[in-house]
Design a binder for this molecule. Structure first.
Ligand SMILES: C[S@@+](CC[C@H](N)C(=O)[O-])C[C@H]1O[C@@H](n2cnc3c(N)ncnc32)[C@H](O)[C@@H]1O
Length: 232
């Protein structure tokens, strides 16, 4: 019975995606980026554990926004972990906004992987930087979409990065923050807080309604690195 319910849910989702792809076909673009994620040796787990090791190892204070089935959360080698997700996984069942409203703790490493929409990721980033020790790191998932469907709002695809790439454009021009995108696992961003005096430009006027072409225009200007180049 449970199996049948899952199949029906999956088919309904598939139908909805088909309907939305037709509705939004005016936004279609033929460009496909050959990121070859499946041929890269590393993923977000390797990056987060590298940052944990750099900032205190087992005692490094870790926060994850968006935990789902705890694939990453359970693989982080720290004994001081907090995970926030309104649906499943982690330690706090609530939205990131609600968590930050009452949080007083400072973390060493924060991974942002919650709601993949520009304005929400932007808010999560600002709240995270305010809850981060100086010299600490924020990391991100899904900065590099492969095609127009993968980054579309509303969601049209099971593989979905959302439009977090818009924040990556702003972070490229940020001050007192060291920003890189590692070319693994759909684009893993790393951001170091150099001092409390950081600044992220607000380009939302231009970016809010921008489509995939804007990503194509800007991707070459982003600080893209291989795994080893970035971690050096
Ligand atoms: C891509 S999954 C996270 C995967 C996980 N970080 C990993 O690497 O294994 C995204 C998760 O974000 C959660 N989410 C959605 N909106 C959120 C919000 N406002 N605050 C926190 N988490 C949110 C979803 O419930 C979902 O479980």
């Amino acid at each position: 019975m449970l199996y049948l319910k899952k199949i029906i849910k999956f088919l309904k989702q598939l139908l909805l995606f088909q309907f939305l792809k037709i509705k939004y076909k005016k936004n279609a673009h033929p460009k496909i980026f050959e990121w070859n994620w499946d041929k890269k040796n590393f993923n977000r787990i390797a990056v987060v554990n590298f940052l944990i090791a750099k900032t205190g190892g087992l005692n490094s204070k870790y926060l994850e926004i968006g935990c789902q089935s705890n694939t990453l959360f359970n693989s982080v080698a720290s004994i001081k972990k907090t995970g926030v997700d309104p649906v499943s996984g982690g330690t706090h069942q609530m939205t990131s906004d609600d968590f930050f409203l009452s949080n007083k703790e400072k973390f060493n490493v924060i991974f942002i992987d919650g709601l993949h929409q520009y304005q929400q990721v932007r808010k999560d980033t600002i709240n995270s930087l305010n809850s981060l020790e100086d010299g600490g790191w924020v990391a991100f998932h899904d900065f590099l979409p492969t095609n127009w469907k993968e980054q579309h709002i509303p969601r049209l695809n099971s593989d979905w990065t959302g439009d977090c790439w818009k924040l990556a454009i702003e972070l490229t021009h940020a001050q007192n923050l060291d920003f890189k995108i590692i070319k693994i696992d759909n684009g893993v961003g790393i951001l170091q807080k150099k001092s409390s005096d950081w600044f992220i430009p607000d380009l939302s006027k231009n970016l809010k309604t921008a489509g995939f072409e804007k990503f194509m225009e800007n991707v070459e200007k982003m600080p893209l690195y291989s795994f080893y180049e970035a971690l050096k």
